[in-house]
Structure formats: structure tokens, C-alpha cells
Design a protein around this ligand. Structure first.
Ligand code: HEC
Length: 212
């Protein structure tokens, strides 16, 4: 309840940039592809423990559903999705269902290259004192409770965001920050933060040390 109230307070702050303005679904689509690509690398990595692998498989299945849905939304809004996207998503689903993960990963590489995520709004990431303060304040009031100590007994634990920032390619981390944060039902579970707030949090996770 506290989280919900705090999130609503954050949502009502004057925002520097709208989160999902025009081209929203296109960016959402590219974010989803970048996350799916990153999750597939985790699935293929032999060092990934079996329980985590199970969780990542669940995430990939749900992400493939989201991709199909985003393609349909674009059609409903009169903005056709990129040509061939629906077939590509259907092919990916079939490859994943047939457990042909290598072929799945190759197809996904192609899809990611044809639908790159533009993260120029987030780079170079200038860690101004204001951004670091904003990032820290959002993290401490809204994220830390769940994300500070990942539970290793969960297939999809809330990850430590400082470790993630330290380990991941920049475009993948930004994609996960754009796609991985969920709001409350009032915001239809969409990421409630502005790009500026996401950049502030990203700067903060970048500067601080893992485990903090
Ligand atoms: C109620 C608990 C909770 C709160 C509060 C919360 N998260 Fe999460 N978060 C999770 C869980 C659990 C996951 C993992 C979900 C999954 O993998 O399916 C997650 C996933 C994420 C991811 C995606 C990680 C990935 O692997 O792609 C990001 C990024 C993230 N959270 C950022 C945040 C930020 C930033 C905040 C604060 C503004 C926040 N979360 C608040 C529980 C929470």
C-alpha cells in the first residue's frame, strides 16, 4: 500500500519527458526485443543455475506473448508494425516451443539488428548531482525493499540493480530499466517514470557499488 501511494506520488510529479509518447509502441517493441535477446543469452549460458534457467524460460514465453500483443496494438492504432514482424514472432514462438534454442537465438539476433533500440537519450549518461540525488531518492523509497537482497530460492528474483548495471552492456541495461519496471494497476502496469527519471536511476546504479 505504501509502495502504491508512493508510486502515485511519483507519477504525479511534473515530468520532464512523457514516457510513452508518439512512437511509444515502437519503442516498447524494441525494448522487448532487447530484453528477450538478453534473457536468451542468460538461458544459453552454461553457468546459469537450473532454477534460474526455469525462470528465464518463463520470462521468454511471456515476452513472446507481449511481442505479439505489441504488434496487434500497432495495427489497431493504424500504425502498421514493421513488415514481417508477425511472422517473425510466430517463427520465434515455434522455435522456442521446439526447444531449438540455438536457432531461436540466431533468429533473435537478426530481429534485434533490424529493430535496434535507440538509447541516445540516455547516452552519454551524465551523472549530475541532481540526477544522483533523484536516482537515490527513488531507489530508496520505491525499489530497495524488493531489490536489495535477491532471493536465490526464486526462479525470477528481483535482481540487484547495481550488479546489473555493472555487468550488462549499456543498451541491455537501459532496455531492462525501460521495460522491467512496472507501475500499479492505475497506470495499467506500465513503467510510470519519465526518461529523465530513468536516466537519473541509471546514473545512480552506475555510480554506486554492487550490494549497496
Ligand atoms: C514489490 C517488489 C518490487 C518493487 C517495489 C520493485 N521491483 Fe523491480 N522487480 C521485482 C521483481 C520480483 C523482478 C523480477 C521479475 C521477473 O524477472 O519476472 C523485478 C524486475 C525488475 C527489473 C528487470 C530486471 C530484468 O531482469 O530484466 C528492473 C530493471 C527493475 N525491477 C527495476 C526496479 C526499479 C528501478 C524499482 C523502483 C522504482 C523497482 N524495480 C521496484 C520486484 C520489485
Amino acid at each position: 500500500m505504501l509502495i502504491r501511494r508512493a508510486l502515485i506520488a511519483v507519477i504525479s510529479l511534473a515530468m520532464a519527458l512523457p514516457v510513452w509518447a508518439s512512437g511509444e509502441h515502437e519503442r516498447r517493441l524494441r525494448v522487448e526485443i532487447a530484453i528477450l535477446h538478453g534473457d536468451t543469452k542468460i538461458l544459453i549460458d552454461p553457468a546459469t543455475p537450473p532454477l534460474r534457467r526455469q525462470g528465464v524460460r518463463q520470462r521468454i514465453r511471456s515476452s513472446l506473448g507481449t511481442l505479439g500483443m505489441l504488434a496487434r496494438y500497432a495495427v489497431q492504432e493504424g500504425r502498421p508494425p514493421p513488415p514481417g514482424l508477425r511472422k517473425q514472432v510466430a517463427d520465434l514462438r515455434a522455435l522456442f516451443a521446439s526447444k531449438n534454442i540455438r536457432a531461436f537465438a540466431r533468429r533473435l539476433d537478426q530481429l534485434k539488428s533490424s529493430q535496434p533500440l535507440d538509447i541516445s537519450d540516455f547516452l552519454p549518461l551524465t551523472a549530475t548531482p541532481l540526477r544522483l540525488r533523484t536516482g537515490q531518492s527513488i531507489y530508496q523509497s520505491l525499489c530497495m525493499g524488493c531489490h536489495q537482497n535477491p532471493d536465490p530460492t526464486q526462479p525470477n528474483p528481483a535482481p540487484n540493480l547495481f550488479s546489473m548495471a555493472a555487468m550488462m552492456p549499456r543498451d541491455e541495461f537501459v532496455a531492462r530499466m525501460l521495460g522491467g519496471i512496472q507501475g500499479v494497476h492505475l497506470t495499467t502496469l506500465q513503467n510510470p517514470f519519465s526518461d529523465e527519471e530513468i536516466a537519473s536511476m541509471t546514473a545512480f546504479f552506475d555510480q554506486a557499488q554492487p550490494g549497496r
